[in-house]
Design a protein around this ligand. Structure first.
Ligand code: NAP
Length: 424
């Protein structure tokens, strides 16, 4: 966000640090290594990201500079690298920001290196993780005490904003900073917060349909970043998550992380926009597919029971099935449209059975801190699938975009010299 009160906090004489090393605590070099996206490279993340040396960002009075030890890789920077559906650099320039590049990254573990003048309760040297919800404190919506993640100024850090976790120093608002779980390494700690806090809000944030003891919850992409966090959160709340996956290995991974069973979606073919209502034969065929899928869910549960919550993010391919299966009065809660945005809802099932289709995005502080407490208590596994070196960041995003990174989350080393370091 554009803030003319920002000031550089760099240290005179300090030189750029090599990757995998940190300058002395509190010493901030003027330049830093970063993985950078530029508009003329928009497209495949493998070539859209490039290592560059850029200025270390200035910070405002309510902001903090973090020396990034490890960063988490998320799907949002696949979108940012493609420049689709939003060209984030152009959007920021319209807001008055001058940079013509994007340093993304919405998950970080690291060490506080500089603190803005108005920040209280944080100390240089603190070991922290960062949640991705940002907003303007003087936004009229926020001032009225309403959920800041719905405010007009709400944004996702390291996607909508510049200077995320893919540089040696990241700029964050002080309220985003949370204590790092001591039992986790830097790369483990960097892995789960964006997907975990998003899942927490989806499952606990929508009054009337929050996950309750005993609830059956259908979780799409059960072995992926969001799905592996969602199943654990459902289980922690006493619910019964059933994962949807696309092979047995992914199913086994989902069950290791809380799912009571899994459905292999490749065995069904009714995906995407169903035939229109007038196409009776097509409708019949589609409904048979959706019913067969639902029957598999009943088989797993052991009786006829439909999900109280459907945890959605594939979007166009799966929404018709999600709405069809959700129990009366239940909720389909969605945070993405990975397979397409133009999803179709058959309103007959929606209104007569009084279901809820709830959009959800990001996290507020309360939800993020509650999620982080679960991680610090060891109740939630960060599901670190693999850790990659800094120069492998573009390829890792490209693999995620092709649907190849399918087990939990991926972290990238920035200031940490190797995986597994940083446990207390
Ligand atoms: P991920 O780790 O790549 O997982 C995506 C999952 O989607 C995979 O496990 C895959 O499972 C499943 N999938 C792929 N194609 C599918 C299809 N045709 N039908 C059904 N399932 C399919 O990604 P993620 O981190 O979980 O993120 C998923 C989406 O959520 C992304 O678009 C991301 O940008 C978005 N997101 C939004 C927010 C927010 O705040 N709004 C936050 C986090 C993520 P199988 O192939 O095994 O079924």
């Amino acid at each position: 966000m554009f803030d003319e009160r920002r000031r550089r906090v760099t240290s005179p004489g300090a030189e750029i640090s090599p990757l995998g090393a940190l300058p002395p605590l509190g010493v901030v070099p003027p330049r830093m290594h970063a993985q950078v996206v530029r508009p003329d490279r928009f497209g495949d993340p493998a070539t859209a990201f490039r290592p560059e040396i850029v200025d270390t960002p200035p910070i405002g009075p309510d902001e903090v500079l973090i020396a990034v030890m490890a960063a988490g890789i998320n799907y949002n920077n696949v979108w940012a690298a493609r420049g689709y559906p939003v060209d984030q650099i152009a959007v920021r320039q319209k807001r008055g920001e001058t940079e013509d590049f994007h340093v993304g990254g919405s998950d970080a573990s690291g060490i506080v290196y500089a603190i803005g003048d108005d920040v209280t309760g944080l100390e240089i040297g603190a070991h922290v993780v960062v949640h991705p919800g940002v907003w303007d404190a003087d936004d009229h919506w926020v001032r009225r005490g309403k959920d800041p993640m719905i405010a007009p100024s709400a944004k996702i850090w390291g996607y909508d904003t510049n200077y995320g976790a893919f540089g040696q120093f990241a700029r964050v608002q002080a309220h985003q900073v949370m204590p790092k779980a001591e039992h986790l390494s830097w790369d483990e700690a960097a892995a789960p917060t964006l997907v975990g806090t998003t899942a927490y809000r989806m499952l606990h944030g929508w009054a009337g349909n929050t996950v309750r003891d005993g609830d059956l919850v259908l979780v799409w992409g059960g072995s992926g970043g969001l799905g592996s966090q969602a199943s654990q959160l459902v289980k922690a709340a006493g619910g019964r998550p059933v994962a949807v996956v696309s092979d047995d290995e992914r199913g086994a991974y989902a069950m290791k992380h809380g799912a009571i069973g899994y459905i292999d979606r490749r065995k069904y073919g009714h995906w995407g926009v169903p035939p229109l209502v007038d196409d009776r034969a097509g409708q019949k065929e589609w409904a048979a597919g959706a019913r067969a899928f639902g029957k598999k869910l009943w088989d797993i549960v052991g009786h006829r029971e439909d999900p109280a919550i459907v945890f959605e993010h594939p979007g166009a391919a799966t929404i018709p099935t999600s709405i069809f299966l959700c129990e009366p009065g239940g909720m389909v809660v969605i945070c993405a449209g990975t397979t397409g945005f133009d999803a179709m809802v058959d309103l007959r099932y929606h209104w007569t059975r009084q279901k809820r289709l709830q959009g959800s995005h990001g996290t507020n502080d309360e939800q993020a801190y509650a999620y982080n407490d679960l991680v610090r208590d060891g109740a939630i596994d960060p599901c670190l699938g693999r850790t990659v070196a800094f120069d492998e960041l573009p390829a890792a995003h490209s693999a995620m975009g092709r649907g190849e990174d399918v087990f939990g989350n991926v972290s990238v080393l920035v200031g940490a010299p190797s995986p597994g370091l940083g446990r207390a």
